[in-house]
Design a protein around this ligand. Structure first.
Ligand SMILES: Cc1ncc(COP(=O)(O)O)c(C=O)c1O
Length: 414
């Protein structure tokens, strides 16, 4: 039974009070719908970043006070995020971005895999979780593509089963695409891949802002997301399970090879941003406390926050999907039912996506247009990446009134 018995509706006023952007004068009157590009930052993250730069901006992990506190705060961020994701502390590492993390990981796999081995990538992914892997073909690795349905952008698990086989060592896929928006059945995919003897690397960048996953329960060998899209600082966060992380060739300094959390982050870490990442968990904790969660363990709290966010988002999303689906002049990419998707909505229009986004600006809507580095998926669903899509994306802090404003604005510009 769930520990989260007291789940109730999201208190949107409380939520927005935790984000200074909502009281920032220069942002007033504008509704933010480019959250999948990068979210607003919550107050605890800003506070920690400010404190680090003011009080602790020294080399961490020495005995003197400022250094000790800085190191402790970095460790705190790692430990608390790991606990919320259901993995061990040193199974979490930080890198400059998810793109950089997948790049480093792909180099490690390049050394580990042998000529004739195969990997599976999708054409639904953001380029970050497909391009670096595809380049392994240069080293004699066979790359098999798990392709989306050209009508819907959907990834069919049956198609994956047909691609798997003895030679396949790794399956890379998105938990949720930043264009299609559909939430893929990650646990099922992980199980199928593991049964076939393959490892999995999951891009959770478009999923995590809607609730951190329990990576331990999911069973993924690697799970990646970007803190700057999840109310935090500009960091890529990577969970890599110990067995795989210690088996892959070390990509860091040779003398750090015994430290799992240093093996795939060759760059020196951004101390302040890692420390500030603890503020993400402060914020999630405050959501639990404010909404009366009786969850005790971090993963149970995480589940509570996920459910709280999702319920609010889903309720706001359905009218937007209905509206876009009803427009003859628009093609909605991805599911029409809010329950199976994130509130990241890509729309193909007669006009270029960027041009429509520019016109929305005049209606007080902050949105983006383009290919969003999902060039392959746009081509796969028969669209021209240069023409691009209008993408409107929101998260749990989005207000009902903002969605109404968006619908009015869309009605005018579409
Ligand atoms: C689904 C998805 N994966 C990966 C990335 C890349 O993340 P980063 O900017 O941290 O490299 C993005 C960025 O937009 C994304 O949307």
């Amino acid at each position: 039974m769930k520990q989260n018995q007291k789940s109730k509706a999201l208190d949107i006023d409380f939520v927005r009070a935790q984000f200074p952007a909502f009281s920032e004068p220069s942002l007033q009157g504008q509704a933010f719908f480019e959250n999948a590009g990068g979210s607003y930052t919550c107050q605890p993250v800003i506070d920690r970043l400010f404190r680090f730069y003011h009080q602790r901006k020294v080399q961490p992990y020495s005995a003197y006070e400022a250094s000790r506190l800085g190191g402790e705060e970095m460790d705190e961020a790692q430990a608390r995020l790991a606990a919320w994701m259901g993995v061990e502390t040193d199974e979490v590492s930080f890198g400059p971005s998810t793109t950089q993390n997948t790049y480093v990981l792909s180099q490690a796999f390049r050394q580990m895999l042998k000529i004739g081995d195969a990997i599976i990538v999708t054409n639904q992914d953001h380029e970050a979780n497909t391009g670096p892997w595809r380049r392994l073909a240069d080293s004699g690795i066979e790359v098999r593509e798990w392709q989306v349905d050209p009508e819907t952008g959907h990834l069919d698990v049956a198609d994956l089963q047909n691609l798997l086989g003895d030679k396949v060592k790794l399956v890379c896929f998105p938990h949720c695409s930043n264009i299609v928006g559909e939430i893929n059945p990650a646990a099922e995919i992980v199980t199928i891949a593991h049964e076939a003897g393959a490892l999995v690397c999951v891009d959770g960048v478009s999923y995590a802002p809607h609730g951190l996953p329990n990576v331990g329960a999911l069973g993924a060998d690697i799970y990646l997301f970007s803190a700057y899209k999840t109310y935090g600082p500009h960091q890529g966060i990577m969970a890599i399970r110990r067995e795989l992380g210690m088996a892959l060739p070390n990509q860091g300094h040779y003398f750090n090879a015994d430290h799992l959390d240093k093996r795939f982050t060759p760059a020196g870490p951004d101390h302040a941003q890692i420390a500030a990442s603890a503020g993400m968990v402060d914020y999630f904790e405050s959501l639990c406390a404010h909404h009366g969660s009786d969850a005790i363990t971090p993963v149970a709290k995480s589940e509570f926050v996920h459910d709280l966010m999702r319920a609010h988002e889903t309720q706001l999303l359905q009218p937007l999907l209905d509206f876009v689906s009803a427009k003859n002049s628009a093609r909605l990419i991805g599911p029409r039912d809010a329950s199976g998707r994130a509130p990241t909505v890509a729309i193909v229009l007669k006009e270029r996506g960027e041009d429509v986004a520019a016109r929305l600006k005049d209606h007080g809507i902050m949105a983006g247009g383009g290919d969003f580095y999902g060039v392959r998926v746009l081509k796969a669903v028969g669209e021209n990446p240069d023409h691009g899509v209008l993408r409107v994306s929101f998260v749990h802090y989005t207000h009902q009134d903002e969605v109404s404003k968006l619908l009015n604005a869309l009605d005018t510009v579409l």
